[in-house]
Design a protein around this ligand. Sequence first.
Ligand SMILES: Nc1ncnc2c1ncn2[C@@H]1O[C@H](COP(=O)(O)OP(=O)(O)O)[C@@H](O)[C@H]1O
Ligand SMILES: [Mg+2]
Length: 316
Amino acid sequence: MYGVHRNNVGRAMSPRPEAAIHATDLRMSYGTTRVLEGIDLDVRPGEVFAMLGPNGAGKTTTISILTTLLRPTHGSATIAGFDVAREPRRVREVISLTGQFAAVDSKLTGRENLLLMARLHHLPRRSVRGRADELLERFDLVAAADRLVGTYSGGMRRRLDLAISLVARPQVLFLDEPTTGLDPRSRQTVWDLVREVADDGTTTFLTTQYLEEADRLADRIAVIDEGRVVAEGTASQLKSGLGEAFVELVLADATQTRIPTDGSIEHVGEVLANIRRQGLDVQRWQVREPTLDEVFLALTGHRAAPTTDVIAGARR
Ligand SMILES: Nc1ncnc2c1ncn2[C@@H]1O[C@H](COP(=O)(O)OP(=O)(O)O)[C@@H](O)[C@H]1O
Ligand SMILES: [Mg+2]
């Protein structure tokens, strides 16, 4: 499918056909409130790209623009070479979106939801049932396939949501906070599934408040705060921005101290010798890399997200 589009309309019109997602200076305002202040993005085909940021940072707004649901106040974007403003139908043909809130119909069964989506996408009649079966199998929903979705747990709904977005084999998959509100076990399952989909070569753009999620899934991460990308890179590039590693000490009075190090035996040895010379009463020590949590805090001055438990609790 990609080849066909590229060879006629896409290649002729798009400036960056090699990028799966390309965005330039996206800005969005609601009245006088500016929620996106110039977002640039470049996602390569096959890449898993995470937009990491706290509530209200502008993640859903960005996804809505990239998936043609919202027009930006300024700037432009292409998906697989198609312009979101000028060629929205082309864009919709190559993408799929799993929104922040489950978009499945509770009054239908899991299988019916899949079949409905397959028909909406005009999948050939003879392949519709087979595709539904294949996805039910893969997303571990065979036993629940003929139950009403209204009886599904949150994790099952999320899995069905993901299955539905894969019905038409999208080239670029958008996932808006795919695991928010899920328990740790369901979260792990969704991570495994996203990883599998990505390993099949589907370009995946996901948003998340969870540093661990970005760390685990993404090839590259853009950290977004208050409508701006404040840092971008691989998880380890972001971490090394804070220094490669540090010696962390907990002293007898519970004071914590960190000493930056390149992690080499020579340097760590020097640091430890220094500490001994000063006669500090060290309770524990370790050499470690910064966590993404610490990176986020350093970049933005605040934490990315409350802990999972707090979020889960607040939602009830
Ligand atoms: N329709 C709207 N009208 C006014 N403000 C909005 C609207 N939609 C979103 N916002 C505001 O834009 C900001 C970014 O929202 P959003 O993109 O949903 O953030 P995120 O998905 O990162 O939580 C928030 O401050 C939000 O309140
Ligand atoms: Mg959101």
